[in-house]
Design a protein around this ligand. Structure first.
Ligand code: PLP
Length: 428
């Protein structure tokens, strides 16, 4: 493939944008090489500035669950644009999408819209702290909740459970309020709760982590977390920015039949426009301004274009009773095909999958948490990534990311992906 124009555009971008990108993972640092500049997309395909075509498994990191340039979303945005792009006043469509979301998702009465998943998680934690009157939070190593200070925390050394900043600019004062637990290790969570009995406002997690590859929760883990939260008076916050409206209409809460106290959304809920949201039952949401004391606001929150895109997306997902089983069947087909291809060439690997999320780890051992995900062979991943790209298959440029399967993929696309995997496996 020829990447001449992408290279030229990247050089120009680097002059005026740090690293040439507006979000670090796009820079290909984990895999090497020059990022590809995309010109347009349709259905399951991306087209780059050099006119190369790819089957896309990033799908804007999740939102494009029904494919790129999905007609109902595009039309809704065009129609909304003609009527003005923002008023800074309440609009009817905000209530419409809120009603639909509250209907689709179990256990929530009210929802507040923001502009990104980062904002949703940041606000959910403030609300949890305000509601409980406690300061500390527990998060899990390898779970991503956006880039706000409280979440940019890595495990401390040795036996200490409090974290340390993993980015300059995050203060030690902030870090001391975020406690780090190991995913799928309920005893570790219990220990942290017991040693910080009166201080924990919430436990926040991706119920199915997708930011260290896809890591399904072990049988009973989410239920045990729910019971611990109830016993210790701690709010359970499900960050469903990735899983919301992807695993099921009602997200992971529905799939695992667990009631979270606060739920965060992003990605799919905006249909590809910048949208996040957080939701809870009345008792908690009424703690939020202007009804309650916890402050949260946004000039472009509930923006009419974003709400039009989100409403069109959620409406399609809500009206298509078979969409989630189709997605799951396609993902299972891909899983089976890729496993066969890798096995044929004796490439040690583990494939994790849940719903329409999947990840290939180049390590034969079970991948259940951040440490086991980090054990994967990264050199092999780099070769695999570039090999797939050469075959016209675009997967995320990091071993710690999930493949997002879209309903726009046909079985021919899946077969082409499996054939590419087989070819690349033969060269590893
Ligand atoms: C993407 C993501 C976020 C952050 O969302 P942004 O819109 O990128 O700010 C938060 N949590 C999870 C689980 C995510 O996958």
């Amino acid at each position: 493939m020829n990447y001449t124009r992408s290279s030229t555009l990247f050089k120009a971008a680097e002059q005026v944008i740090p690293g040439g990108v507006n979000s670090p993972v796009r820079a290909f640092k984990a895999v090497g090489g020059t990022p590809i500049f995309i010109k347009k997309a349709a259905g399951p395909y991306l087209y780059d500035e050099d006119n190369n075509k790819y089957i896309d498994y990033i799908n804007s990191w999740g939102p494009m669950i029904l494919g790129h340039a999905h007609a109902p979303v595009v039309n809704a945005v065009i129609e909304a644009t003609k009527k003005g792009t923002s008023f800074g006043t309440p609009t009817e469509i905000e209530t419409q999408i809120a009603e639909l979301a509250v209907n689709m998702v179990p256990n929530i009465d009210k929802i507040r819209f923001v502009n990104s998943g980062t904002e949703a998680c940041m606000s959910a934690v403030r609300l949890a702290r305000g509601f409980t009157g406690k300061d500390k939070i527990i998060k899990f190593e390898g779970c991503y909740h956006g880039h706000s200070d409280a979440f940019l925390i890595q495990a401390g050394s040795g036996a200490v459970t409090f974290g340390s900043p993993n980015s300059p600019g995050v203060t030690a004062g902030t870090a001391k309020d975020t406690l780090l637990a190991r995913f799928n290790d309920i005893e570790h969570v219990k220990h942290i709760l017991e040693t910080n009995k009166h201080d924990i406002a919430c436990i926040i997690l991706e119920p199915v982590p997708g930011n260290m590859g896809c890591i399904p929760p072990k049988e009973g883990f989410l239920q045990a977390l729910r019971e611990l939260c109830t016993a210790y008076g701690v709010l359970l916050v499900f960050d469903e920015v990735m899983t919301g409206f992807r695993l099921a209409k009602g997200g992971a809460q529905q799939v695992f039949d667990i009631q979270a106290d606060i739920v965060c959304f992003g990605k799919v809920i905006g249909g590809g426009l910048p949208v996040g949201a957080f939701a809870a039952r009345n008792e908690i949401m009424n703690y939020l301004a202007p009804v309650g004391p916890v402050y949260q606001a946004g000039t472009l929150s509930g923006n009419p274009l974003a709400m039009a895109a989100g409403l069109a997306m959620l409406t399609d997902l809500n009206n298509d009773a078979a969409v989630y089983s189709r997605l799951e069947e396609k993902t299972a087909y891909l899983h089976e095909g890729c496993a066969k291809a890798l096995n044929k060439h004796n490439i040690p690997h583990t494939i994790n999958r849940l719903g329409s999320m999947m990840s290939i780890h180049f390590d034969p051992a079970e991948v259940t948490d951040f440490q086991s995900a980090a054990n994967g062979n990264n050199d092999r991943f780099k070769q695999f990534f570039h090999g797939m790209l050469k075959q016209g298959v675009y997967i995320a440029p990091s071993a710690f990311e999930t493949w997002f399967i879209t309903d726009a993929l046909s079985y021919d696309d899946l077969d082409a992906t499996i054939a590419a995997c087989e070819k690349v496996a033969s060269e590893l």
